[in-house]
Design a protein around this ligand. Structure first.
Ligand code: 1GP
Length: 252
């Protein structure tokens, strides 16, 4: 099964997944080793690797290290065509549909297209929606786009609907890394009801309550970055939340 088929099958069965976002600027090899050891008892479904601004050149060695030491699939979460890396398993090919900057809707993709075609990366076309969650994030500044107003779920729903009609196969609602508060459950619910494709939610998920709220509202995948970076043990709590959701569905 492809990564997408697995994800979509899980979505059809109502199963939830956990993605851990690794920022190559923040994680050194010792930190990564520690996280991989924790992931043996507290499962992670996906590693997302990337950031809105990459300051150093550690991304390649980070992916190399994970691929040698862990079975967890690595998905690129690139903010620019410079950040492609063919060692990963797949790429969230993000089109920033909440914004009106053509470079991030199609421009970067044109530059990347021949490289992607020549690679064996699985391409996951993703409607990426930045949501205003209290302060300007690096993602909205760097992309030069206005995020969706957090209290306008209908705009998010129509944006996701249009993205799905254009053929995008995942929707990612992101409050941006270190968001002051996470994407509102009402917005997640509206997007969940508007589209059939799997919905990914991230940004500012730093407590089990926030994770639970996102999952109950309909997120299929939750993404946690900062909080696991700061306190790797938080992975145990996140993994526990996902497992208890899935256990209710499939009590074996
Ligand atoms: C940001 O969704 C991710 O793109 C994760 O955000 O670092 O706040 O968990 P955090």
């Amino acid at each position: 099964n492809s990564l997408y088929e697995t994800l979509n099958n899980r979505r059809q069965r109502g199963q939830k997944s956990l993605a851990v976002l690794l920022d190559p600027d923040q994680l050194d090899e010792a930190g990564c080793r520690h996280l991989l050891a924790l992931s043996e008892t507290h499962p992670i479904d996906y590693f997302f690797v990337g950031g809105s601004l990459v300051m150093n050149t550690h991304q390649a060695s980070l992916i190399f290290f994970i691929k040698r030491n862990s079975p967890v699939p690595v998905l690129l979460f690139p903010s620019h065509s410079l950040h492609l890396d063919t060692q990963a398993d797949g790429i969230l090919l993000l089109s920033l549909i909440s914004g009106r900057n053509p470079d991030f809707l199609i421009g970067q993709h044109v530059v990347a297209a021949p490289l992607l075609r020549a690679s064996s990366l699985e391409i996951l076309p993703t409607g990426y929606m930045l949501v205003d969650t209290g302060r300007q994030t690096t993602a909205s500044y760097m992309s030069g786009t206005t995020p969706l107003p957090h209290d306008k779920p209908s705009i998010a729903a129509c944006t996701a609907m249009a993205g799905e009609q254009l053929g995008l196969r995942l929707m990612y609602l992101d409050g941006g890394s270190g968001a002051m508060y996470p994407v509102a459950p009402a917005m997640i619910r509206a997007v969940r009801e508007a589209v059939e494709v799997p919905v990914i939610v991230g940004g500012g998920i730093n407590t089990t309550e926030k994770a639970q709220a996102a999952l109950e509202a309909g997120a299929d995948v939750i993404v946690v970055g900062n909080q696991i970076e700061k306190a790797p043990q938080f992975l145990a709590e996140m993994s526990g939340v996902i497992q208890s959701f899935n256990a209710v569905l499939d009590p074996v």
